[in-house]
Design a protein around this ligand. Structure first.
Ligand SMILES: [Zn+2]
Length: 591
């Protein structure tokens, strides 16, 4: 499926990379760039940069880069065409419709997201409009808990009917292949083949959205108390991986960013109740223990995370674990401890949202929380101090780590020195592994790559270089592909802005290489000096390449001379070549 180039152009022109990226990452301005934590690797220092003037992004940590299409492709794990479509929709630009034959090329991810979206509409409509006894019961359940229309609409809650084939029938009418709903975990394969049935029955449905606001999974709460599982969730699919998403993050992300703080709860209903009470910075870890990925996801929006779990023992120990996970992700967690065995849902119901905002003011630091636990469980302070050293190990910054140790020392009367000695004894746990990939082995280091960088960046130097040199016999296929495009542009007198190249190579790693080239920090103060440096680099590279060529020829000639040592012609030729090679090396001649 091809989208006409001028349409792609339209979409790009109507889209600002900054506002798209800000939907996923909190960015702070520094000079001409905006920096934030990279969404693609476990980033602790902001190494992810967006340049609005050039409309490109680049991560100095993992090397990912590109334009707005590339960003959406990476972050949503979708194809180039899908990324263009998504941004077109966002910008209100109509693209040619997908024909039936082309539908095959739509990726599995896109199909799954579409199917989940249609199911969400179905469940939502059931909840809002259906007169079936089940739907009435669902509405009553939500009303009893105080969930009004606003919160239902906000989270697009739904109702899965008390039936084995409601969704099956809906899929039939909507022309949706049952197989894709089965893949999404919304239908289950029946005993007889081709007789799928509804996986969620008589449940309140909580759609889980990704950061693009699209539904990727559901949580379903039982309405029949005798039903075994209180909650069931969609299984893992190509678009939904357990422990990687936070319920409510899409809805809360703007407020979290502006207030620069977030509240983390465990369950759907805790999240709903807090948001309803005006605590609109709340996200839930979807009923599982907080994972590293979830902590990093949240850290992309704010450092300040308030853990608000149940007040019982299970809640307290879950909070203790969450502290470590958040600290390891580079966040600064604090814990709001609820009185008694209260849970966030019941507490906010009785006391309102203001009480939560107030409790947040007096939230426990990790050190205070540990001591609170120690007191509760009658553990000696020295043991608590040791526990805390295990947490201190997780702090990446030596300065922050030192501050943390001092706080332990001040609160437990164990000397900071002893704590430091203890710290050095504690084995440093394995760092969160970076996602390693082939991107580190390409491009090859060397002259040709350096020359290509200049060629990409400096359209004004391309004529100077190509008049002396043309890309021939390039061993690296990807560099050859790129260099040929650049050469053709020059030959046909059609040199385009370098940013445009990004669309020619939508698939990494060439795209990332290009973004890297465009992002190389130029001397912004002194444009002329930057140009001169690049010019010299280019000439050095050309000399280097020529010298490389000569050395190959010299080696070949030497081989020939071994075979026939008494050829004066060959010897003269060799001497000639060696002289040229030496001149190149010493004087930089021959250019
Ligand atoms: Zn990165």
């Amino acid at each position: 499926m091809r989208i006409p180039e001028d349409k792609i152009e339209d979409v790009r022109a109507a889209t600002d990379i900054l506002s798209v990226v800000q939907g996923y990452v909190a960015l702070k301005r520094r000079g001409q760039n905006y920096f934030g934590l990279c969404p693609f690797h476990s980033d602790t220092a902001p190494s992810f940069a967006v340049n609005p003037a050039r409309q490109i992004f680049r991560c100095f940590g993992c090397g990912r880069g590109g334009n707005v299409f590339g960003f959406v492709m990476e972050v949503e794990r979708i194809s180039f065409v899908e990324a263009v479509r998504m941004l077109a929709e966002r910008a209100g630009i109509e693209l040619p419709a997908v024909s039936a034959s082309e539908r095959d090329t739509v990726s599995e991810s896109e199909e799954l997201v579409r199917a989940n979206g249609m199911a969400r509409d179905f469940f939502h409509k059931q909840l809002m409009e259906s007169q079936s006894p089940g739907a009435i019961e669902a509405r009553r359940y939500l009303a009893e808990r105080g969930y009004g229309k606003t919160v239902i609409e906000h989270f697009l809650l739904g109702y899965a009917p008390d039936s084995w084939d409601s969704l099956v029938q809906f899929a039939k009418q909507a022309g949706l292949a049952p197989s894709i709903l089965t893949q999404a975990g919304l239908l289950k394969e029946g005993k007889e083949k081709n007789r799928p049935y509804d996986a969620f029955r008589h449940r309140v449905m909580f759609p889980i959205r990704n950061l693009a606001g699209r539904v990727i999974a559901f949580g379903g709460r039982r309405l029949r108390e005798e039903e075994e599982a209180k909650y069931i969730n969609s299984p893992e699919t190509a678009v939904y991986r357990k422990g990687r998403e936070l319920f409510g993050l899409w809805e809360a992300r703007q407020d979290i960013r502006t207030r620069d703080e977030a509240i983390l709860v465990e369950g759907y209903t805790d999240c709903l109740s807090l948001v309803m009470a005006g605590v609109t910075i709340t996200v839930a870890s979807l009923g599982t223990a907080l994972t590293e990925q979830q902590a990093r996801l949240l850290k992309r929006f704010t450092d300040k995370v308030f853990i608000l779990y149940d007040g019982d023992n299970a809640g307290l120990s879950a909070a203790r674990r969450a502290i470590d996970v958040l600290i390891a992700a580079g966040a600064k967690p604090r814990v709001i401890v609820l009185p008694g065995t209260e849970d966030p849902d019941s507490f906010v119901r009785k006391n309102g949202g203001d009480a939560i905002w107030q409790l947040r003011e007096t939230a426990f630091s990790p050190v205070d929380f540990q001591l609170h636990l120690a007191k509760r469980n009658q553990v000696p302070p020295a043991d608590a101090a040791r526990e805390l050293v295990n947490t201190a190990v997780l702090i990446a910054s030596p300065v922050e780590q030192d501050i943390f140790l001092r706080e332990i020392s001040a609160r437990t009367a164990v000397s900071a020195d002893a704590l430091r000695r203890e710290l050095s004894r504690v084995r440093v746990p394995g760092q969160i592994p970076e996602e390693k990939s082939a991107r580190t082995t390409w491009p090859p280091k060397g002259t040709l790559t350096a020359l290509t960088r200049v060629l990409v960046r400096r359209t004004d130097l391309r004529p100077v270089i190509f008049e002396k040199w043309s890309p021939q016999n390039i061993a690296d296929a990807k560099l050859a592909e790129l260099l040929n495009v650049l050469y053709e542009e020059w030959q046909s007198n059609a040199i385009k802005e370098p940013e445009k190249l990004l669309d020619r190579f939508p698939d990494s790693p060439l795209r990332e290489f290009l973004a890297g080239c465009l992002y190389e920090t130029e001397d912004e103060e002194d444009e002329e000096r930057g140009l001169e440096i690049d010019r010299r680099t280019a000439l050095d590279c050309l000399r280097g390449l020529e010298a490389d060529g000569l050395r190959v020829e010299i080696a070949e000639l030497k081989q020939k001379l071994v075979a026939s040592p008494n050829e004066p012609q060959l010897l003269r030729e060799l001497q000639n070549l060696m002289r040229r090679e030496k001149n190149l090396r010493i004087h930089g001649q021959d250019i």
